[in-house]
Ligand binder design. Structure first.
Ligand code: FES
Length: 96
């Protein structure tokens, strides 16, 4: 994405998800499910998942897979990532 595409728009980075020392539910779920191994893909995964859950708070497993189709983990953590998304979705809806 070019800078011109986001000119004048609010931008949130992964550092902006944490509020007052509390991790965002997606960040917590990724840690809880051991869904991250490297520092390369994880920020993109978490930001994509956060956007996905804002647009669709109750995604199906297939919708999660489709939502992450442009994010790749070369460590084979995709199953744990999907589980983390499901946990985060539940927490963001007020459950656990
Ligand atoms: S955790 Fe980053 S490539 Fe797998």
């Amino acid at each position: 994405m070019s800078v011109g595409d986001v000119a004048g728009k609010k931008i949130v980075t992964i550092e902006g998800l944490e509020k007052k020392g509390k991790l965002h539910p997606v960040q917590k779920a990724f840690i809880e499910h051991d869904a991250l191994q490297c520092g390369y893909c994880t920020p993109g995964m978490i930001m994509t998942v956060t956007g996905l859950l804002i647009k669709n708070p109750s995604p199906t497993r297939q919708e999660i897979i489709d939502g992450l189709e442009n994010n790749y983990c070369r460590c084979s953590a995709h199953v744990r990532i999907i589980e983390a998304v499901q946990t985060a979705a539940g927490e963001m809806k007020g459950g656990k």
